[in-house]
Design a protein around this ligand. Structure first.
Ligand SMILES: NC(=O)C1=CN([C@@H]2O[C@H](COP(=O)(O)OP(=O)(O)OC[C@H]3O[C@@H](n4cnc5c(N)ncnc54)[C@H](OP(=O)(O)O)[C@@H]3O)[C@@H](O)[C@H]2O)C=CC1
Ligand SMILES: CC(C)(CO)C(=O)C(=O)O
Length: 315
C-alpha cells in the first residue's frame, strides 16, 4: 500500500535530512523552502552503524520543493523543521494548505515555541513535538552530511486532547516533555558557554572551564529539581550528577563541533537564546544569576566581554 504524503517546512539541515529519511521510509514528500531552493535532487551523506562501525553512504533524493505561496494541495501530515524562533510563522505561512484535522509535527531545540505553535492550531489539528540528537550539517542548498548518529523522539504535546496515532510510530515516546527538558538542559549549558567563550564543545571539558561549567550545572539542577518548576515531574531526575554525566557525554561525543549557538553567534545570525536560557530564566521558581548572564551575553554581544569576566569572577 502506498504510504501517505508529508509536507516538510524548512529546507535547512534537519528539514533536508527528514525529507530524505521519510522518502527512504517510503513516504511521498513535498518540501517548502524560504530563501534557497534545494533544486530537484538532494544529496545525503548518511552515517550508519554497521557491526559496531560507523559507515558513510551517499544517496540522491528527488524531492519536489516549493515556496509556500506556490503550494496548491492540502496536506494532512506536516513536519516543521525550522529554528524555534521561526516555528509559528513557518506554520502560518502554510496553514491554508493544512487540513483541519492534520497531524502537525515539529523538531526544534528549546522550549516555548511548541506552546506558541499549539495556540496557532485549529481544535482538531494535533501537535506532536519532537526532539533530535542527530547531527546534520548543510553543506550547500541540496547537499547534507550526517555528522553524528542520534535519536529522534516525538510525543503528543497536549495529553488531554483526543489521541490519534502518529504515522511514524517507532519514534513515539509517552514522555516527550521529559525528553525536551533533558535536551534543553544540555543546550542551556553547552550552547551559551561555547558561544560566549568561542570554543568547540569538547573544549568545555578542559580544566580551565571546570569551575564555570560546574557552577552552571549546579544552578540548572536547582531549577530542575525544584518542585515548583512547571515541568518538575519531568525534570526531577536532573540532579547535578545526572546533568554532569549528560553534558560531559554530549560535549565528548561532539567535541570537534561548534554548537549551533556558537555558530549563529559567530556569524551574527539570530540564535535560539530566547527558547533556551530565556525559557529557563522566565520559568524558574528561583533566581538564576548565571543563566541570566549567559542570556544577556548572547542577547547583547557588545556586553559579552564584560559578562565573561563576571562569569569567571563568580566561580
Ligand atoms: N542541525 C542539527 O544537527 C540539529 C538541529 N537541531 C535543531 O533543529 C532545528 C532546525 O535546525 P537546522 O535544520 O540545523 O536549522 P537551519 O537553520 O539549517 O534550517 C532551518 C530552515 O528553516 C527555514 N525556514 C524558516 N522559516 C521558514 C518559513 N517561514 N518557511 C520555510 N522555511 C523556513 C530556514 O530558511 P532560510 O534558509 O531562509 O533561513 C532554514 O532553511 C533547530 O531548532 C535546531 O536547533 C537539533 C539537533 C541537531
Ligand atoms: C547538543 C548540541 C550542543 C550539539 O552541538 C546541540 O544540540 C546544539 O549545538 O544545538
Amino acid at each position: 500500500m502506498k504510504k501517505p504524503q508529508w509536507l516538510i517546512v524548512g529546507a535547512g539541515a534537519i528539514g533536508l535530512f527528514w525529507a530524505c529519511k521519510l522518502q527512504k521510509l517510503g513516504y511521498s514528500v513535498h518540501l517548502v523552502y524560504r530563501s534557497t531552493s534545494p533544486k530537484k535532487k538532494i544529496t545525503l551523506e548518511a552515517l550508519a552503524n554497521e557491526d559496531g562501525q560507523q559507515k558513510i553512504t551517499s544517496s540522491e533524493h528527488k524531492i519536489k520543493s516549493f515556496l509556500a505561496q506556490d503550494l496548491s494541495k492540502q496536506y494532512d501530515k506536516v513536519l516543521l523543521c525550522t529554528k524555534a524562533y521561526d516555528l509559528v510563522d513557518a506554520f502560518k505561512q502554510v496553514s491554508d494548505h493544512v487540513t483541519e484535522d492534520a497531524t502537525i509535527a515539529c523538531l526544534c531545540n528549546g522550549m516555548g515555541a511548541q506552546a506558541a505553535l499549539q495556540k496557532a492550531l485549529m481544535p482538531k489539528q494535533i501537535l506532536w513535538a519532537g526532539t533530535t540528537s542527530e547531527g546534520v550539517l548543510k553543506i550547500n542548498e541540496n547537499h547534507i552530511k550526517h555528522t553524528g548518529l542520534g535519536d529522534t523522539y516525538f510525543g503528543q504535546w497536549l495529553k488531554d486532547t483526543e489521541t490519534k496515532d502518529f504515522p511514524l510510530d517507532s519514534f513515539v515516546v509517552p514522555n516527550i516533555h521529559q525528553r525536551l527538558i533533558e535536551k534543553l538542559a544540555v543546550n542551556a549549558a553547552i550552547n551559551p558557554l561555547t558561544a560566549l567563550f568561542s570554543i568547540h564543545n569538547g573544549d568545555l571539558l578542559e580544566e580551565q572551564f571546570h569551575p564555570l561549567l560546574n557552577a552552571t550545572l549546579t544552578e540548572l539542577a536547582s531549577v530542575f529539581t525544584n518542585p515548583k518548576f512547571i515541568y518538575a515531574e519531568q525534570s526531577k531526575h536532573l540532579t547535578l550528577d545526572n546533568l554532569t554525566n549528560r553534558v560531559n557525554t554530549v560535549a565528548q561525543l561532539t567535541r570537534l563541533n561548534r554548537s549551533s549557538m556558537y555558530e549563529d553567534f559567530r556569524l551574527q545570525r539570530p540564535t535560539e537564546n530566547e527558547f533556551i536560557s530565556g525559557f529557563l530564566v522566565e520559568n524558574s521558581p528561583v533566581e538564576l544569576p548565571i543563566q541570566s548572564l549567559l542570556y544577556n551575553g548572547i542577547d547583547f554581544p557588545l556586553l559579552s566581554e564584560e559578562i565573561k569576566k563576571k562569569l569567571l569572577s563568580m566561580t
